[in-house]
Design a binder for this molecule. Sequence first.
Ligand code: SAH
Length: 350
Amino acid sequence: MTPLAALLLRRIAATGPISLADYMADCLLHPEHGYYTTRDPFGAGGDFITAPEISQMFGELLGLCLAQSWLDQGAPAAVTLAELGPGRGTLMADVLRATARVPGFHAAARVCLVEASPTLRGVQRATLGTHPVQWFDRAEDLPEAPLYLLANEFFDALPIRQFTRQGDAWAETLVGARDGSLCFGRSVPAPIAALAHRMADTAEGDIVELCPAASAIMQAIHVRVSAYGGLALIVDYGSWRSRGDTFQALKSHKFTDPLAKPGEADLTAHVDFEVLAQDAPAYAYTSQGALLTGLGVHARAAQLAQRLSGEALVRHEAATHRLTAAQEMGNLFKALAVLPAGCPLPAGFS
Ligand code: SAH
């Protein structure tokens, strides 16, 4: 049994079953035993691999998309260049390298990273070297300024609540205990105000998920982009309207029982982009494959390929395919742009 499992079982024995959101929050970010607080989980030797770790092109293209939008919006003098959940810092490093040649952009941009894990803050510091960077605990604390923001595989790590429809009410998925082990259970059905709009498109027994933390973070983004300008690019796996049980655990690149080893497996849920876009001043939505293709990934891939041969060339071609192909990440991953009202669509979204 993991130390966190023992701790959760004691808590459940004392105060009763907990929501999936409380379970996820502790599994991922418990100060001593949390998955992200205790390790660097990325890469071939870790539990999962993300787009910036697959290819430098991902960060280069998204960075240039942000810089183009900054130019389109009149190149404001003091802006925030932010990333939510930067992992190893690879994406921001690629963004900074690619945008170094955009005149004035680095001088205007203050790099702000929102990261909850002290371990990963250390990795980010090492990756970004001497570039001045400031860390924040929460997106809500980002400066009041034009906001150019990236978030890749961040929202899928935020705690969700999950509900099953029963009549006109919803039973919430809970984590309880049976025979000394964690187990799933359900609350007594009750009406849920935040799910009133899902009565029309769901039937008895359907499962829907809510991510309260995501809505609060998006509010902070919408307010800044609307008041000061900017562009937020959010990439994650998910769809426009959540349906079904998407709560999952990954360990060593394989799906595993999410209750088996709390604190030692990555827990995620699909992102509901409809909720992220709610109240945005303006937005655009497409697939990761379409966005990268629109931003010129194939031309950039061909350019990089000229310098490669043998094994490295094979890896590079496989990486391009993995990021863009419909049956790989191209369709499963979606991209949302939040932009000021009346602003032209960002590159790659038309
Ligand atoms: N964007 C990176 C890493 C994705 S993993 C990449 O694409 O490789 C999720 C990241 O979000 C990790 O850095 C994790 O520590 C961070 N994170 C998770 N929940 C968070 C929260 N509530 N607040 C701030 N950071 C969080």
